[in-house]
Design a protein around this ligand. Structure first.
Ligand SMILES: [Zn+2]
Length: 342
C-alpha cells in the first residue's frame, strides 16, 4: 500500500537577489548577461550556443530561466517540508542539475547550486522546526561525481553538513596518470574519459589540471576508489555516513540523487544497484523518523538507469513508514543494521 503521491508543479522563478544566498552577485550578473547575448544571437538568426561561460556549461537563450526554475522548485520543496509533520518527504524532479555549480563558476551542466541553495533557504527559513534556533540541514550527495559546487557553497556555513559520496579514480603515482580510462594505443590517448569529475589531481598524460577541492569542517568526502560492490558502498554508508549524520542531529535530510552512480552507467558507474537507492534513502528515513526528508534529481544521463533507478528512489521517499520494509534483498539485509543504530 503506497501513500498517494502529490504532484506539485512549480513555476516559481527566484530573482537574482534570492540566489545571492549562495552565489556571488557578479557571477549572477555575468550569467544574465551571457544569456542575453545568446538571446540576441538567436534573434539575429545566428547560432545561440555560447560555450565560453564556465567549464562544460553551454548557455542558450533559456538556460538562466531553466536554472532559476530548478531552484524555485527546490525552494517550494523546502516550504512543503517545513509545513508538514515530521517524517514527511518531498522530491524535486528538476533539471538542470546543480551540484557542480560553485559560488562563481558554472560547471559540468550545472549553473546554480540547487541543493546548496535549498539547504541555506531551509536553514534560514522563518518556520523553525525547533523554535528559537535555526533549522539544521544535512545534504547527502550520492551522485557518482563529486559535488564540488555544493561543497563550495556550503563550506563553513553554520548548521549545515555536506556528506559527499563519490568516485575517485585509481591513480598511478609512478606515471602520474589516472588508470580507469580506456587507453587507445593506436590513438595514443584515453577514450571514454576517466570517470572522476572534476579531477582532484593533475594528470600529465591527459594534460589536465587538478580542480581545487574544498576542505571544511562541515564537509565530509567519502571517496570510493575504483568501482565498488553494492555491499561495499552500503557498508561505507553505515560506518562513515550514518554516525556523522546522527551526531549532527539534522532537522532536514536532503539527498542529491545522482543516478549516474548506478552500476554500468556510461559516464559514471560507481556500483549502485537500483535497490541501493531505495536502501540508502529508506534506511535513513527509518533511522531519523523525526527529520523531514527531501531529494533533488542530480546527474544521470542514461535512459536505462533512469528507468531502473528512479522508481526505487521515489518509492523510498513516498512509502509510508508503516509500509513493508522487506521490498528487496539488499534492504532486508541492511534494515536491521540501520534500525540498530537509531
Ligand atoms: Zn554525475
Amino acid at each position: 500500500m503506497l501513500a498517494p503521491i502529490s504532484l506539485v508543479s512549480s513555476s516559481r522563478m527566484p530573482d537574482l537577489k534570492e540566489l545571492e544566498i549562495g552565489h556571488d552577485a557578479q557571477y549572477l550578473a555575468e550569467f544574465a548577461a551571457c544569456t542575453a547575448r545568446s538571446q540576441a544571437l538567436a534573434l539575429a538568426g545566428e547560432d545561440p550556443f555560447i560555450s565560453d561561460f564556465g567549464k562544460e556549461a553551454d548557455v542558450t537563450p533559456g538556460t538562466l530561466d531553466a536554472a532559476r526554475l530548478a531552484v524555485g522548485a527546490a525552494y517550494d520543496m523546502i516550504d512543503v517540508l517545513l509545513q508538514s509533520p515530521s517524517g514527511d518527504t518531498a522530491f524535486g524532479l528538476v533539471w538542470p542539475p546543480g551540484h557542480h555549480a560553485e559560488r562563481d563558476l558554472a560547471m559540468g551542466f550545472c549553473y546554480l547550486s540547487n541543493i546548496a541553495l535549498a539547504a541555506l533557504y531551509a536553514r534560514d527559513h522563518q518556520v523553525q522546526l525547533n523554535p528559537g534556533r535555526r533549522n539544521r540541514v544535512v545534504v547527502i550527495d550520492i551522485d557518482h561525481h563529486r559535488g564540488n559546487g555544493t561543497a563550495d557553497v556550503l563550506a563553513s556555513q553554520a548548521d549545515t553538513l555536506l556528506i559527499d559520496v563519490s568516485y575517485r579514480s585509481p591513480y598511478d603515482d609512478s606515471r602520474e596518470r589516472f588508470t580507469d580510462g580506456l587507453y587507445d594505443a593506436v590513438q595514443d590517448r584515453y577514450r571514454g574519459g576517466a570517470k572522476e569529475y572534476p579531477y582532484s589531481r593533475p594528470d600529465k598524460e591527459l594534460e589536465l589540471d587538478a580542480h581545487p577541492m574544498i576542505v571544511a569542517p562541515n564537509v565530509l568526502s567519502v571517496e570510493l576508489e575504483g568501482e565498488q560492490s553494492p555491499e561495499a558502498i552500503l557498508e561505507r554508508f553505515l560506518e562513515e555516513v550514518f554516525p556523522r549524520v546522527r551526531d549532527f542531529s539534522p532537522d532536514l535530510i536532503l539527498w542529491s540523487v545522482g543516478l549516474d552512480s548506478a552500476m554500468g552507467d556510461p559516464i559514471g558507474g560507481l556500483g549502485n544497484l537500483p535497490s541501493s537507492f531505495y536502501t540508502m534513502i529508506r534506511g535513513f528515513r527509518i533511522a531519523f523518523p523525526d527529520a523531514r526528508h527531501g531529494g533533488l534529481l542530480e546527474g544521470g544521463y542514461d535512459e536505462l538507469r533512469w528507468f531502473t533507478c528512479l522508481p526505487p528512489a521515489l518509492l523510498a521517499f513516498h512509502e509510508r513508514p508503516e509500509d513493508s520494509v522487506n521490498r528487496c534483498k539488499a534492504f532486508r539485509k541492511y534494515r536491521e543494521a540501520f534500525a540498530s543504530k537509531v
